[in-house]
Design a protein around this ligand. Sequence first.
Ligand code: UD2
Length: 324
Amino acid sequence: MKRILITGGAGFIGSTLANFYSKEHKVTVIDDLSMGSISNLDSSANLCFIEGSVTDRELMEKVLSKTQFDYIFHLAAIASVADSVARPLETHQINFDSVFQLLELVKNNQFELKRLLFASSAAVYGDEPTLPKQEESVIRPLTPYAIDKFAAEKYVVDYYHLYGVPTSAVRFFNVYGPKQNPESPYSGVISIMMDRYKKLLNKEAIDFTVFGDGTQSRDFVFIEDVIQALDLIATSQDSLGEVYNIGTGKAINLNELVSIVDNFLGINLPICYEDERSGDIKHSLADISKVTEIGYEPNYTVKTGLEKYVSYELNNLNGEDSKK
Ligand code: UD2
């Protein structure tokens, strides 16, 4: 039984990872519940939840000096680019300082650790247009969020090369799936779209706002494939001190997304087209050859992933109805 620490473990990706590992392993989750929710976590005797911030040095020191972990996934972050532009200093403390502090605490306290895995972002590539993005492509971080992710990622891999702390980093492309929070206008576009479909099925008058003409494309990767990639990277020896793109290697535009779900449900989601968002990039696509070399293979196309996600949401809707 492995001992696993997941920071940000009540959020979308973190909670899915925590639920996956807690079936067979001991999982500790630290989360300040700023975006995540305890209800995302399965109730399991293997799961221990600590409410707190990764910036709280005393708390982190206590946790890391008490238990020797096998794996640490550092997913806690303020994931909103817009928030980082509005509050660069505050978000820097969470998106960068907490990582640096964690590295030091791990170096001094964790002696059995097999891997510390840090979640970075495709945001580090910025608006340089060459596609697909390879890990060695031009890095052009354009926002405090992207700068912090890139700097933190560099420290993470350097701690392996300089001090032998076993680390890896991943750059998430556009992850989607159940439990993604649609509350902010800057939440993942698929979570917002799904929210609008649910409202439409509940006969609420809504439309889905598309910024631009809907031809912008992204490499949308289903959460289950992300979990597969994280587990492979954490347990591979070849990934020590390395950074990996996590995507599918295929891109799709927003209009196509809507037509997949429209066809699946046999309804038409009303779309309201508005001006393009400033700072939006037109296209994004991952080259996933590096992670493929250690055995990753996406199991979901965007169509099969979306259909699974929609089916999950429909089951939940029916569950809510039958409770009424
Ligand atoms: C993703 C990340 C962001 C950053 C960025 C780096 C998410 C949620 N965001 O932003 O953190 O890493 O990549 O490039 O993963 N859109 C709409 N309607 C909506 C919401 C969004 O049309 O209600 C558009 C949006 O303007 C954009 C596209 O959908 O063109 C995708 O938006 P997103 O926020 O899901 O993801 P992205 O790639 O802009």
